[in-house]
Design a protein around this ligand. Structure first.
Ligand code: ADE
Length: 470
């Protein structure tokens, strides 16, 4: 057996790996001077420099320095070598809260204890102008006393990063936990976005599955934006009421932290020995007009898998690689009919301007009129009448993440066969070099499976069986 010890900077003995992100690995370590257990996050300088993440890392450091709270994972020190940055962090012995939930859902009393700690941590961070923006059970660690430690401020934004309208603009976060206004392309208030995520976390803790899920990512976004979810029947009325107010799709009417703290459910006493684990399934009752479903995946901003670093300088693809490749997130059967498809979608790493520029060139070549261009939609229209009137084609661009777009081509009017021929013979070849994936091509084989999987009403899977990102 290899007995060699790895010593870092003459100060820390490195032990087992605790976790892995896209640019960093986290190791258990022991301080050689005082024997203290720590976690060391090792970040590859080259990789983050290549993808322009240096600023974000610096921001992460300054954020973590700003934040000192019993429920926030502490940063002890930052070190650097020629090739690496090392964050020496508090070691959270209890591991991820997520692991607990993936084994069994919690009783409301047990969940309330964690929820109090979460809300206190978030409230404190907000008071320092720090918004987490990626709150999810995986980012919630437990210490040796089962106390919560919120971790991973890599995606946080300081209030400084607000634009002049006072709202945050980066589409970061995790789809299942992300607030509807974050998914939209307008600015958002970090406070309200974090409250939404806390609502999703609370739901997951007590239900054991996610409130918003659909195998189709866009459908999932729709459910989120309409706050379509169901609570298990076993949820108490007070809990349902609190969740309803936290998962309010309108951030302006969404409950504030001070009101959460005054809610009946929150104020119920925390029993010292709350029965933590609850087994068994529960029938669901409708809260808003949606279906119950589950999944877990994560969108991270500015991250790429390590082995994929050299090929591109664009930082935002990793999450979508995973979502698009994951069988659970089939983008192919978004809204379309199987036959006579009137919509086509592709993903691209190109900027919006390049996509529209190419479509305009195509329009000129084919003598199509460019009728309208407003808020990410370009309307192309044939000048000659076809079988069923003038063929019109809309191209709409959705920013799934910075530098990762979903472009939807839709027949607005005219004959479907003429539209399909235009897409097949002209549009597809013209866009060939800028398309990352045509969704209809990519997931054709998965389509049948997905169609089957969305038919049933209750598709709840335990969280442990769902795809995770890291
Ligand atoms: N996994 C990732 N970070 C960790 C930490 N600080 N403590 C324990 N497990 C971890």
């Amino acid at each position: 057996m290899d007995e060699r010890r790895t010593i870092l900077m003459d100060r820390y003995e490195i032990g087992r790996q605790l976790g892995q992100g896209n640019f960093a690995k986290v190791y258990f370590a022991r301080n050689l001077t005082d024997g203290q257990s720590v976690a060391i996050k090792m970040i590859d300088k080259d990789k983050i420099t290549r993808v322009g993440l240096i600023v974000q890392i610096k921001r992460e450091i300054s954020i973590m320095r700003l934040v000192k709270h019993p429920n926030v994972l502490q940063l002890f020190e930052v070190m650097a070598s020629k090739s690496k940055i090392y964050f020496v962090l508090e070691y959270a012995k209890g591991g991820e809260l997520f692991n607990k939930v993936s084994k069994a859902k919690l009783s409301e009393d047990a969940a309330r204890r964690y929820f109090h700690q979460l809300v206190n941590a978030v409230d404190y961070c907000h008071s320092r102008g720090v918004y987490h923006r990626d709150l999810k059970p995986e980012n919630l660690l437990l210490d040796e006393n089962e106390n919560l430690r919120v971790s991973d401020f890599g995606l946080s934004a300081l209030s400084e990063s607000r634009r002049h309208d006072g709202l945050l603009h980066t589409t970061c976060g995790t789809p299942a936990y992300v607030a509807p206004e974050v998914l939209g392309r307008r600015g958002y208030d970090g406070t309200k976005a974090d409250i939404w995520s806390c609502g999703v976390i609370l739901f997951v803790l007590v239900a054991g599955y996610l409130p918003f899920h659909d195998p189709n990512l866009i459908e999932m976004y729709r459910k989120i934006s309409r706050a379509e979810y169901r609570c298990p029947r076993s949820f108490s009325g007070e809990l349902k009421d609190l969740l309803f107010r936290m998962l309010d799709p309108d951030p302006s009417t969404r409950i504030s932290i001070s009101r959460i703290k005054r809610s009946t459910w929150y104020r119920k006493p925390i029993e010292a020995n709350a029965a933590k684990i609850k087994h068994g399934t529960a029938r669901d009752t409708t809260v808003r007009d949606g279906e119950a479903a589950t999944a877990s995946s994560s969108i991270e901003c500015s991250n790429r898998p390590e082995e994929d670093q050299g090929s591109s300088s664009l930082p935002n693809l990793n999450a979508f690689d995973i979502i698009s490749l994951s069988t659970g997130f089939d983008l192919s059967n978004l809204f379309e009919e199987r036959h006579g498809r009137r919509e086509e979608r592709f993903t691209t790493r190109q900027p919006v301007g390049a996509v529209f520029g190419r479509l305009k060139e195509l329009a000129e070549r084919l003598k199509l009129k460019i009728q309208k261009k407003e808020s990410g939609v370009l309307k192309l229209a044939a000048q000659k009448e076809g079988m069923k009137g003038f063929l019109e084609l809309d191209a709409e661009v959705f920013e799934l993440a910075p530098s990762f777009l979903l472009v939807e081509l839709k027949k607005a009017s005219g004959d479907t066969i003429e539209y399909q021929r235009l897409v097949r013979e002209e549009v597809r070849p013209a866009l060939k070099d800028m398309v990352w994936a045509w969704q209809s091509d990519r997931h054709q084989q998965q389509q049948q499976r997905c169609e089957q999987s969305v038919q049933g009403e209750d598709q709840q899977q335990p969280l442990s069986s769902l795809p995770t990102q890291q």
